[in-house]
Design a protein around this ligand. Structure first.
Ligand SMILES: CC(C)(COP(=O)(O)OP(=O)(O)OC[C@H]1O[C@@H](n2cnc3c(N)ncnc32)[C@H](O)[C@@H]1OP(=O)(O)O)[C@@H](O)C(=O)NCCC(=O)NCCS
Length: 187
C-alpha cells in the first residue's frame, strides 16, 4: 500500500518531473505550446526545492509502496482578497499512469486537512475551463463559484473556480448539498 505524506526537500525532483509530465499531457492544445515546450524539469526542481525548504507542510505527496512519488498537491491561503474563500488548492497533479486510482482524492483530502489545521474553513481551486479535471472537482463536491480569464504565456485562458464552503464537513463526511459535498462522494 502506498501512502500520503508531507513532502520533504529531497522530493523536489520527483515533484518537478510529475508537474512537467502532467502539464504537457494535460494542457496540450489548451495552453500555448510555447509555455509547455519551455517548461524545464531543472527549473521546476529548483523552484520546488526552494519552496520545500520553507513550507514543506503545505505540500502533500502520494507514494507507492517502494516510496516512488506518484502525485502531489499544495495549498495555502487564498490569494485574491476580493473572494471570500479562506484557503486555496494551488496545484494537484497525479502522474498520467497513476490517474483514476483514487490518489487525487486522497491528496485533495490531505490538503483540505492541512487547510483546516491552519485555520482555513473554506477553500477553492482554479481549473482551466477546458480541462476535464474540473469534473473531478465536481465529483468531490466542489461548486462552481466564478469564472474569469487568467493570463498564461501571454494569452488569456478561461478558468473556473470550484469552492467548498465547509471543509470540516467534507473531511467528516457530513457535508450537505451546498457545503461543497453532495451525496456519497466520500464514502
Ligand atoms: C485531476 C486529477 C488530480 C484527479 O486525480 P485521480 O487520481 O485521477 O482521480 P481519483 O481516482 O482520485 O478520482 C476520484 C473520483 O473523481 C472521478 N474523476 C477523476 N477524474 C475525473 C474526470 N476527469 N472526469 C470525471 N470524473 C473524474 C473518479 O472517477 C472518482 O470517482 P468515484 O468517486 O466514482 O470513484 C488527475 O487526474 C490529474 O492529475 N489530472 C491531470 C492534471 C490536472 O488536470 N490536474 C488538475 C489541475 S487544477
Amino acid at each position: 500500500m502506498g501512502a500520503i505524506r508531507i513532502a520533504r526537500p529531497e522530493d523536489a525532483k520527483a515533484i518537478a518531473r510529475i508537474e512537467v509530465e502532467t502539464w504537457r499531457s494535460t494542457y496540450a492544445g489548451m495552453l500555448p505550446d510555447r509555455v509547455l515546450v519551455n517548461m524545464s524539469e531543472r527549473r521546476q526542481t529548483a523552484s520546488w526545492a526552494s519552496f520545500l525548504r520553507h513550507r514543506p507542510e503545505d505540500v502533500s505527496v502520494a507514494t507507492a509502496t517502494n516510496g516512488t512519488i506518484q502525485g502531489f498537491g499544495n495549498c495555502g491561503t487564498q490569494r485574491d482578497s476580493t473572494i471570500r474563500f479562506a484557503g486555496e488548492v494551488y496545484t494537484l497533479y497525479v502522474a498520467p499512469d497513476r490517474q483514476s486510482q483514487g490518489l487525487g482524492r486522497s491528496i485533495l483530502m490531505s490538503l483540505f486537512q492541512r487547510l483546516v489545521d491552519t485555520g482555513h474553513a473554506t477553500a477553492l481551486v482554479w481549473v482551466v475551463r477546458a480541462n476535464p479535471a474540473r469534473f473531478f472537482y465536481e465529483r468531490l463536491g466542489g461548486q462552481q463559484i466564478m469564472h474569469r480569464p487568467i493570463p498564461v504565456g501571454g494569452q488569456q485562458v478561461e478558468a473556473v473556480a470550484y469552492g467548498w464552503r465547509d471543509l470540516g464537513a467534507v473531511l467528516a463526511g457530513t457535508a450537505k448539498s451546498g457545503d461543497g459535498l453532495t451525496g456519497d462522494s466520500l464514502n
